[in-house]
Ligand binder design. Structure first.
Ligand SMILES: Cc1cc2nc3c(=O)[nH]c(=O)nc-3n(C[C@H](O)[C@H](O)[C@H](O)COP(=O)(O)O)c2cc1C
Length: 202
């Protein structure tokens, strides 16, 4: 059994996959890891589309500027943010947190005030605010995948409009990342990282 530290150290971006399918129970476990992620006001704005058919995977790879390794993976998780339901998710999440006493009324009011201001933001700014919540859930999936010997790769270089068009989604679905998932066909060495001294600010 891997520890969290093992998973963090062993994870790599995998861009070559074996063709073996990923069992449904395993996909379920990955989604379970995603839904347990923390989110601001516990709004849980993540939504996931599981893609396993070759034609759609190829269209996704094309929409990601021909990053064809995406289509090689047996599963591609299209990781999205639900824009339309976000504010009501914040309000109901906050109310719950206030009710159980996890968050003080004072903080609930500050967040509600910010929520009012968010309504005046541009669509792009608003989407970005929501997206970082989804990012946490995606990384939960990437780390949990290691428990099943699976590899993943975050993909954010894509034409979002082209992806929405594949599924017939409107702008209320913001595509945060594609996550190809499969059994690794490569075992890359660790990629370069900054030492701790360089990531500290004086
Ligand atoms: C937000 C984000 C976007 C990324 N987009 C892509 C991408 O479009 N294509 C790709 O091949 N890798 C992509 N990557 C993977 C990075 O290149 C990779 O994480 C980095 O080089 C470090 O390597 P490692 O993940 O193996 O440690 C992305 C990673 C992140 C976190």
């Amino acid at each position: 059994m891997l520890t969290t530290k093992d998973a963090i150290q062993q994870r790599r971006s995998i861009r070559k996959f074996k063709s073996y399918p990923v069992p449904d129970e395993v996909i379920f476990e990955l989604l379970d890891a995603a839904r347990l992620a923390p989110s601001g006001s516990n709004a849980q704005p993540w939504r996931f589309k599981i893609v396993q058919d070759n034609e759609t995977k190829e269209r996704l790879a094309k929409a990601a500027y021909d990053q064809f390794f995406i289509a090689e993976a047996p599963v591609v998780i299209v990781c999205c943010a639900d824009i339309s339901g976000y504010l009501s998710g914040v309000v109901s999440g906050l109310q719950d947190l206030g009710r159980i006493g996890a968050v003080e009324d004072r903080i609930v009011n500050i967040v509600l005030d910010r929520t009012d201001r968010m309504q005046k933001m541009s669509f792009d700014q608003f989407s970005q605010r929501i997206a970082f919540n989804v990012a946490i859930a995606i990384e939960h999936i990437a780390l949990r995948a290691l428990d099943f010997g699976l590899g993943t790769c975050w993909v954010r270089v894509f034409d979002e409009e082209a992806i929405r068009a594949i599924f017939g989604w409107d702008e209320t679905v913001s595509v945060v990342a594609l996550l190809p998932v499969g059994y690794p066909g490569e075992s890359p060495a660790p990629r370069k990282r900054q030492p701790i001294e360089e990531i500290l600010i004086d």
